[in-house]
Write a protein of this length. Structure first.
Length: 287
Protein backbone atom coordinates (compact mmCIF):
# COMPACT_ATOMS: atom_id res chain seq x y z
CA UNK A 1 0.00 0.00 0.00
CA UNK A 2 1.24 3.48 -0.92
CA UNK A 3 2.36 5.53 2.08
CA UNK A 4 0.00 8.43 2.83
CA UNK A 5 -1.05 11.04 5.30
CA UNK A 6 -4.66 10.07 6.06
CA UNK A 7 -7.38 12.33 7.42
CA UNK A 8 -10.83 11.42 8.71
CA UNK A 9 -13.40 13.72 7.10
CA UNK A 10 -17.11 14.15 7.84
CA UNK A 11 -17.72 17.69 6.57
CA UNK A 12 -17.67 19.30 10.02
CA UNK A 13 -15.60 22.39 10.79
CA UNK A 14 -13.28 20.20 12.85
CA UNK A 15 -12.66 17.78 10.00
CA UNK A 16 -12.13 20.64 7.54
CA UNK A 17 -9.44 22.07 9.82
CA UNK A 18 -7.91 18.61 10.13
CA UNK A 19 -7.93 18.15 6.34
CA UNK A 20 -6.19 21.48 5.82
CA UNK A 21 -3.49 20.61 8.35
CA UNK A 22 -3.10 17.15 6.84
CA UNK A 23 -2.66 18.65 3.35
CA UNK A 24 0.20 20.83 4.58
CA UNK A 25 1.78 17.88 6.36
CA UNK A 26 1.50 15.69 3.25
CA UNK A 27 3.31 18.35 1.23
CA UNK A 28 6.05 18.56 3.86
CA UNK A 29 6.49 14.79 3.74
CA UNK A 30 6.18 14.51 -0.03
CA UNK A 31 3.31 12.03 0.35
CA UNK A 32 -0.21 11.76 -1.08
CA UNK A 33 -3.14 12.84 1.09
CA UNK A 34 -5.86 10.26 1.66
CA UNK A 35 -9.23 11.72 2.63
CA UNK A 36 -11.47 9.08 4.21
CA UNK A 37 -15.15 9.62 4.87
CA UNK A 38 -16.86 6.92 6.92
CA UNK A 39 -20.42 6.25 5.77
CA UNK A 40 -22.47 4.87 8.60
CA UNK A 41 -26.00 3.48 8.06
CA UNK A 42 -28.92 5.88 8.22
CA UNK A 43 -30.01 6.09 11.88
CA UNK A 44 -33.01 3.83 12.40
CA UNK A 45 -35.32 6.55 13.71
CA UNK A 46 -34.62 8.71 10.64
CA UNK A 47 -35.03 5.82 8.23
CA UNK A 48 -38.35 4.86 9.79
CA UNK A 49 -39.62 8.44 9.69
CA UNK A 50 -39.28 8.59 5.92
CA UNK A 51 -37.77 12.08 6.17
CA UNK A 52 -34.61 10.98 4.43
CA UNK A 53 -34.53 8.05 2.04
CA UNK A 54 -31.45 5.85 2.25
CA UNK A 55 -30.60 6.56 -1.39
CA UNK A 56 -30.75 10.30 -0.78
CA UNK A 57 -28.62 9.99 2.34
CA UNK A 58 -26.07 7.91 0.42
CA UNK A 59 -25.90 10.36 -2.49
CA UNK A 60 -25.29 13.30 -0.17
CA UNK A 61 -22.69 11.37 1.77
CA UNK A 62 -20.87 10.28 -1.39
CA UNK A 63 -20.38 13.90 -2.42
CA UNK A 64 -18.51 14.77 0.77
CA UNK A 65 -15.12 13.20 0.04
CA UNK A 66 -15.23 14.16 -3.66
CA UNK A 67 -15.91 17.81 -2.87
CA UNK A 68 -13.30 17.84 -0.09
CA UNK A 69 -10.70 16.33 -2.40
CA UNK A 70 -11.41 18.86 -5.15
CA UNK A 71 -11.18 21.78 -2.72
CA UNK A 72 -7.87 20.57 -1.28
CA UNK A 73 -6.37 20.08 -4.75
CA UNK A 74 -7.32 23.63 -5.71
CA UNK A 75 -5.81 25.12 -2.54
CA UNK A 76 -2.66 23.01 -2.67
CA UNK A 77 -1.41 22.68 -6.26
CA UNK A 78 0.89 19.73 -6.70
CA UNK A 79 -0.65 17.75 -3.85
CA UNK A 80 -1.89 14.29 -4.79
CA UNK A 81 -5.26 13.74 -3.11
CA UNK A 82 -7.14 10.44 -2.96
CA UNK A 83 -10.67 10.84 -1.61
CA UNK A 84 -12.83 7.86 -0.76
CA UNK A 85 -15.77 6.68 1.27
CA UNK A 86 -15.73 3.56 3.42
CA UNK A 87 -18.87 1.98 4.85
CA UNK A 88 -18.93 1.03 8.50
CA UNK A 89 -18.44 2.57 11.92
CA UNK A 90 -15.82 5.26 12.45
CA UNK A 91 -14.38 3.51 15.52
CA UNK A 92 -13.64 0.45 13.39
CA UNK A 93 -12.82 1.99 10.01
CA UNK A 94 -10.36 4.70 11.08
CA UNK A 95 -8.00 2.40 13.04
CA UNK A 96 -8.04 0.06 10.04
CA UNK A 97 -7.14 2.72 7.47
CA UNK A 98 -4.49 4.05 9.85
CA UNK A 99 -2.53 0.81 9.40
CA UNK A 100 -1.56 1.93 5.88
CA UNK A 101 -0.75 5.52 6.85
CA UNK A 102 2.36 7.32 8.05
CA UNK A 103 0.06 9.61 10.02
CA UNK A 104 -3.65 9.80 10.85
CA UNK A 105 -5.21 13.24 11.34
CA UNK A 106 -8.52 13.88 13.13
CA UNK A 107 -10.47 16.96 14.18
CA UNK A 108 -11.15 18.01 17.76
CA UNK A 109 -13.98 20.28 18.88
CA UNK A 110 -13.62 23.30 21.17
CA UNK A 111 -15.81 23.47 24.26
CA UNK A 112 -17.94 26.60 24.07
CA UNK A 113 -17.77 28.63 27.25
CA UNK A 114 -15.23 26.32 28.86
CA UNK A 115 -11.48 26.03 28.73
CA UNK A 116 -10.19 23.15 26.69
CA UNK A 117 -11.20 20.94 23.80
CA UNK A 118 -13.44 17.94 23.42
CA UNK A 119 -11.75 14.78 22.23
CA UNK A 120 -14.85 12.71 21.53
CA UNK A 121 -15.31 8.99 21.98
CA UNK A 122 -14.34 8.29 18.36
CA UNK A 123 -11.04 10.15 18.71
CA UNK A 124 -10.13 8.47 21.99
CA UNK A 125 -11.01 5.00 20.69
CA UNK A 126 -9.05 5.51 17.48
CA UNK A 127 -5.99 6.71 19.43
CA UNK A 128 -6.26 3.64 21.66
CA UNK A 129 -6.63 1.19 18.76
CA UNK A 130 -3.81 2.26 16.45
CA UNK A 131 -0.03 2.28 16.70
CA UNK A 132 0.14 4.89 13.92
CA UNK A 133 0.85 8.43 15.15
CA UNK A 134 -2.41 10.39 15.43
CA UNK A 135 -2.66 14.18 15.26
CA UNK A 136 -5.65 16.01 16.77
CA UNK A 137 -6.34 19.37 15.11
CA UNK A 138 -8.50 22.10 16.65
CA UNK A 139 -10.86 24.56 15.05
CA UNK A 140 -10.34 28.31 15.24
CA UNK A 141 -7.67 30.80 14.20
CA UNK A 142 -4.83 28.74 15.69
CA UNK A 143 -6.02 25.42 14.23
CA UNK A 144 -2.99 25.02 11.97
CA UNK A 145 -0.52 25.75 14.77
CA UNK A 146 1.49 28.87 15.48
CA UNK A 147 4.85 29.95 14.07
CA UNK A 148 6.69 28.68 17.12
CA UNK A 149 8.60 25.52 17.95
CA UNK A 150 7.65 21.88 18.00
CA UNK A 151 7.07 21.13 21.70
CA UNK A 152 7.75 17.66 23.04
CA UNK A 153 7.07 16.34 26.52
CA UNK A 154 10.06 14.44 27.94
CA UNK A 155 10.04 11.90 30.76
CA UNK A 156 13.68 11.83 31.89
CA UNK A 157 13.13 8.64 33.90
CA UNK A 158 11.82 6.73 30.87
CA UNK A 159 12.69 8.72 27.72
CA UNK A 160 11.21 7.23 24.58
CA UNK A 161 13.02 7.21 21.25
CA UNK A 162 9.85 6.95 19.16
CA UNK A 163 8.40 10.12 20.69
CA UNK A 164 11.65 12.11 20.53
CA UNK A 165 12.45 10.89 17.01
CA UNK A 166 9.01 11.92 15.75
CA UNK A 167 9.35 15.37 17.35
CA UNK A 168 12.83 16.01 15.93
CA UNK A 169 11.78 14.87 12.45
CA UNK A 170 8.77 17.20 12.52
CA UNK A 171 10.95 20.12 13.63
CA UNK A 172 13.46 19.36 10.87
CA UNK A 173 10.72 19.24 8.21
CA UNK A 174 9.35 22.61 9.30
CA UNK A 175 12.71 24.29 9.81
CA UNK A 176 11.41 24.95 13.32
CA UNK A 177 13.08 24.91 16.70
CA UNK A 178 12.32 22.13 19.14
CA UNK A 179 11.41 22.79 22.75
CA UNK A 180 11.84 19.90 25.19
CA UNK A 181 9.61 20.31 28.24
CA UNK A 182 10.04 18.39 31.49
CA UNK A 183 7.93 18.83 34.60
CA UNK A 184 9.07 17.21 37.82
CA UNK A 185 7.72 16.69 41.31
CA UNK A 186 9.60 17.17 44.56
CA UNK A 187 10.15 13.83 46.32
CA UNK A 188 7.86 13.59 49.38
CA UNK A 189 10.78 13.29 51.78
CA UNK A 190 12.12 16.66 50.52
CA UNK A 191 8.84 18.55 50.43
CA UNK A 192 8.79 19.69 54.04
CA UNK A 193 12.44 20.73 53.98
CA UNK A 194 12.27 23.03 50.95
CA UNK A 195 10.78 26.10 52.66
CA UNK A 196 13.56 26.00 55.26
CA UNK A 197 16.32 25.12 52.81
CA UNK A 198 15.86 27.08 49.57
CA UNK A 199 19.31 25.92 48.45
CA UNK A 200 17.91 22.39 48.31
CA UNK A 201 15.30 23.48 45.75
CA UNK A 202 18.04 24.95 43.59
CA UNK A 203 20.05 21.74 43.83
CA UNK A 204 17.06 19.64 42.81
CA UNK A 205 16.37 21.96 39.89
CA UNK A 206 19.96 21.70 38.71
CA UNK A 207 19.84 17.92 38.89
CA UNK A 208 16.60 17.74 36.89
CA UNK A 209 17.91 20.13 34.24
CA UNK A 210 21.06 18.04 33.92
CA UNK A 211 18.98 14.90 33.49
CA UNK A 212 16.98 16.54 30.68
CA UNK A 213 20.17 17.72 28.96
CA UNK A 214 21.59 14.20 29.11
CA UNK A 215 18.46 12.77 27.47
CA UNK A 216 18.57 15.38 24.71
CA UNK A 217 22.32 15.19 24.02
CA UNK A 218 22.29 12.27 21.52
CA UNK A 219 19.30 13.79 19.70
CA UNK A 220 21.06 17.13 19.35
CA UNK A 221 23.96 15.24 17.78
CA UNK A 222 21.66 13.32 15.42
CA UNK A 223 19.82 16.49 14.32
CA UNK A 224 22.51 19.20 14.43
CA UNK A 225 20.45 21.60 12.29
CA UNK A 226 17.52 21.65 14.73
CA UNK A 227 17.71 24.41 17.31
CA UNK A 228 16.87 22.93 20.71
CA UNK A 229 15.77 24.64 23.89
CA UNK A 230 15.15 22.83 27.17
CA UNK A 231 12.74 23.66 29.96
CA UNK A 232 12.81 21.72 33.22
CA UNK A 233 10.62 23.12 35.97
CA UNK A 234 8.99 21.83 39.12
CA UNK A 235 5.28 21.17 38.75
CA UNK A 236 2.82 19.21 36.69
CA UNK A 237 4.27 17.97 33.40
CA UNK A 238 0.87 18.46 31.72
CA UNK A 239 0.65 22.08 32.86
CA UNK A 240 4.19 22.79 31.67
CA UNK A 241 3.49 21.29 28.23
CA UNK A 242 0.18 23.12 27.83
CA UNK A 243 1.82 26.41 28.81
CA UNK A 244 4.59 25.84 26.24
CA UNK A 245 2.02 25.00 23.55
CA UNK A 246 0.53 28.50 23.24
CA UNK A 247 2.59 29.47 20.19
CA UNK A 248 3.72 25.98 19.17
CA UNK A 249 3.45 24.67 15.64
CA UNK A 250 2.92 21.15 17.01
CA UNK A 251 2.89 19.41 20.40
CA UNK A 252 4.19 15.84 20.64
CA UNK A 253 3.34 13.46 23.47
CA UNK A 254 3.55 9.70 23.93
CA UNK A 255 1.11 6.91 24.65
CA UNK A 256 2.18 3.54 25.96
CA UNK A 257 0.61 0.67 24.03
CA UNK A 258 -1.61 -1.38 26.32
CA UNK A 259 -2.44 -4.97 25.42
CA UNK A 260 -5.41 -5.09 27.78
CA UNK A 261 -8.77 -4.24 26.16
CA UNK A 262 -9.91 -2.49 29.35
CA UNK A 263 -8.56 0.47 31.25
CA UNK A 264 -7.19 3.82 30.19
CA UNK A 265 -5.09 3.88 27.03
CA UNK A 266 -3.61 7.34 27.44
CA UNK A 267 -1.68 8.41 30.50
CA UNK A 268 -2.79 11.39 32.59
CA UNK A 269 -0.28 13.78 31.02
CA UNK A 270 -1.24 12.93 27.43
CA UNK A 271 -4.93 13.00 28.34
CA UNK A 272 -4.62 16.50 29.81
CA UNK A 273 -2.58 17.81 26.87
CA UNK A 274 -5.13 16.43 24.39
CA UNK A 275 -7.89 18.35 26.12
CA UNK A 276 -6.10 21.62 26.85
CA UNK A 277 -3.29 22.38 24.39
CA UNK A 278 -4.40 24.83 21.72
CA UNK A 279 -1.91 23.71 19.06
CA UNK A 280 -2.26 20.49 17.04
CA UNK A 281 -1.27 17.53 19.23
CA UNK A 282 0.49 14.43 17.95
CA UNK A 283 0.15 11.25 20.00
CA UNK A 284 2.92 8.73 19.32
CA UNK A 285 2.29 5.17 20.49
CA UNK A 286 5.23 3.24 21.95
CA UNK A 287 5.97 0.04 23.87
Amino acid sequence: MLRTVTVGYDGSAESRAAAEWAAREALLRGLPLRVVNVREPVPEHIAESGLLADATFRQRAERLPREAGAALRSRHPGLEVVAEQVAGGAMDVLPEVAKDADLLVLGSRGLSGLGGFLVGSVGMVVIARTSTPVVLVRTGPDAQGGPGPVVVGVDTDKPNGAVLGFAFEEAARRGAALKAVHGWSVPPYYAYALPAYPVLAAVLGTEQSAALSEVMRPWREKFPDVEVTEESRAGSAAVRIVDAAHDASLVVVGRRIRRSPVGAHTGPVTHAVLHHAAAPVAVVAHD
